[in-house]
Ligand binder design. Structure first.
Ligand SMILES: Nc1ncnc2c1ncn2[C@@H]1O[C@H](COP(=O)(O)OP(=O)(O)OP(=O)(O)O)[C@@H](O)[C@H]1O
Ligand SMILES: [Mg+2]
Length: 390
C-alpha cells in the first residue's frame, strides 16, 4: 500500500529547532480502547492507545489512513459517532476523566471551552446560513457568557488575530464569500474564541494549496506561542510534522507504537513502521524502487490481533512478533517504542541504510537552508549599508 504524503515538491525539511520548555501533563490518555458497532459487528478502531500532551507543546500524531488518529482525538471531545464508544481506558484532563463524561451538559464544560478542534474541511465546521461574525459571536456568548456587544468585539478581535483583513466588513459576510484559506482562518478564530487550553488540529491544511497551507501552519504556530495553548496535530505529512512538532506519536492499527521528541523520532527511530514512514520522505530524494517501502495492508480491526499488529508487513519480524504483543521499551527518558527488536534478547538487526542516512541527509538540508539564510542576510545587510550611505 502506498503511504500518503501531500508534498508535491520535495521542499527542504525544516525542523523546528526551538527549545521550548514544556509544562505539566495536561491530557493523559491511557490504554484507550474505542470500538464501533457496525451492523452488529464490532470494529476496534483504537486498541489500547496511550499518549500524553504537555502544557505548551505541539504533539504530532502520525500514521497511515485508518490507524485511529481521528477517532482517538474525537474521544477527547465526546464527538465519537453514535455507533462508537470508549470501552476502556482513561483520558485525564487536569484530573478529570473525560471517559466518564456522559451528558451533553458535561461535555459543554470541556468541548470548545477547554479543548477545541479544527478539521480538514473548514466548510463542515461552519454554518452556511449564518455570517461568520455571528458564528464566532455565538461561540463566545455560549462558552464565555458574554453579552452581545462584548461578544461582537471579541469576534472582531479574533478575526483580526487570525489575519483576516477588514474584520468589520468580513464580520457580516457568509462562509461562501471566503476562500478556502480564509475559511480555515475563520474556523481557527472560532476555535480560539473561548481561549481553549488544547487545540486539536486534524489535518487542518490538507484541503488547502501549498502556499496557503504554509500560512495556516504559521498562524497556528504563532497563536500557540501567543496564547500558550497545547496543540495536538494530526497529519500524514512528515514535512509538516518536522515544522510543527515538539514531540511525535506514531500510530499503527489503533495503537501508539513509538513516541519521542521530534529529533529522536526523525534521527533515531526504532520501530520498523516508523522507518517505513520516514522512508517516504520526499526530501530523501530516493527513487521509488530504492525505498524501504511498506507492503501489504493493515490488519482487519474486526478481528482479534495476535502478537505485533505490524508483524505481517515487517521485513524484520521475529518469531515472537507473531505470538506476543510487544511491550514498550525505553530508548531514552523521552523516547520509547513498542517493538520486540528493542528487547535485549533479540538479534541485532541492521537499520535500513535509507534510515541510517536520514540524519545526515536532514542535517545537510538544514545546513544548506541555514547557509542560504546567512547569504540572504549578508546580501540584505550590505544593501542596507549601501542604501544608508554609511
Ligand atoms: N462511525 C464509525 N463506524 C465504524 N467504523 C469507524 C467509524 N469511524 C471510524 N471508524 C473506523 O475506525 C478506524 C480508524 O479511523 P480514523 O478515522 O481514526 O482513522 P485515521 O487514522 O484518522 O485515518 P485518516 O488518516 O484517513 O483520517 C477506521 O478503520 C475507520 O473505518
Ligand atoms: Mg483522520
Amino acid at each position: 500500500m502506498k503511504l500518503k504524503h501531500t508534498m508535491a515538491e520535495p521542499a527542504p525539511l525544516q525542523m523546528d529547532q526551538s527549545t521550548r520548555t514544556h509544562g505539566d501533563v495536561l491530557l493523559s490518555a491511557q490504554d484507550m480502547v474505542i470500538e464501533f458497532n457496525l451492523r452488529g459487528r464490532l470494529l476496534t478502531a483504537v486498541r489500547g492507545a496511550s499518549l500524553e500532551l504537555r502544557a505548551g507543546e505541539t504533539l504530532a500524531v502520525v500514521g497511515e489512513s485508518g490507524s485511529g488518529k481521528s477517532v482517538l482525538a474525537k474521544s477527547f471531545l465526546g464527538m465519537l459517532d453514535k455507533n462508537g464508544r470508549v470501552r476502556s481506558g482513561s483520558a485525564l484532563y487536569r484530573g478529570l476523566d473525560l471517559v466518564g463524561l456522559k451528558t451533553e451538559d458535561d461535555w459543554l464544560a470541556i468541548r470548545g471551552k477547554k479543548v477545541a478542534m479544527i478539521f480538514q474541511d473548514p466548510m463542515t465546521a461552519l454554518n452556511p446560513l449564518k455570517t461568520v461574525g455571528e458564528q464566532i459571536r455565538e461561540v463566545a456568548s455560549l462558552h464565555r457568557g458574554l453579552g452581545k456587544s462584548e461578544a461582537r468585539l471579541l469576534a472582531l478581535d479574533m478575526l483580526s488575530r487570525v489575519g483576516i483583513p477588514e474584520p468589520e466588513r468580513r464580520y457580516s459576510q457568509y462562509p461562501h464569500e471566503f476562500s478556502g484559506g480564509m475559511r480555515q482562518r475563520v474556523v481557527i478564530a472560532s476555535a480560539i474564541a473561548c481561549g481553549p487550553e488544547i487545540l486539536i488540529c486534524d489535518e487542518p491544511t490538507t484541503a488547502l494549496d501549498v502556499t496557503i497551507q504554509a500560512q495556516i501552519l504559521e498562524l497556528i504556530k504563532g497563536l500557540q506561542r501567543d496564547l500558550g495553548m497545547s496543540v495536538l496535530f494530526i497529519t500524514h505529512d512528515l514535512g509538516v510534522v518536522a515544522k510543527m512538532a515538539d514531540r511525535i506519536a506514531v500510530m499503527y492499527a489503533g495503537q501508539v507504537v513509538e513516541e519521542g521528541l521530534s529529533s529522536e523520532v526523525f534521527y533515531d527511530a526504532r520501530h520498523p513502521y516508523t522507518w517505513t514512514l520516514l522512508a517516504s520522505l520526499p526530501q530523501l530524494g530516493i527513487k521509488g524502487d530504492e525505498l524501504f517501502s511498506i507492503k501489504g495492508t493493515p490488519p482487519s480491526l474486526f478481528k482479534t490481533i495476535k502478537g505485533d499488529a505490524f508483524a505481517p508487513r515487517n521485513p524484520f519480524a521475529l518469531k515472537v512478533d507473531f505470538e506476543y504483543e510487544p511491550p514498550f521499551f525505553d530508548v531514552s527518558p523521552t523516547h520509547r517504542a513498542k517493538t520486540w527488536l528493542l528487547d535485549p534478547r533479540s538479534p541485532r538487526i541492521e537499520v535500513p541504510e535509507t534510515i541510517s542516512r536520514l540524519r545526515s541527509r536532514l542535517t545537510e538540508t538544514r545546513a544548506e537552508e541555514l547557509a542560504g539564510k546567512a547569504a540572504d542576510l549578508a546580501a540584505r545587510t550590505s544593501r542596507t549599508k549601501k542604501g544608508g550611505g554609511r
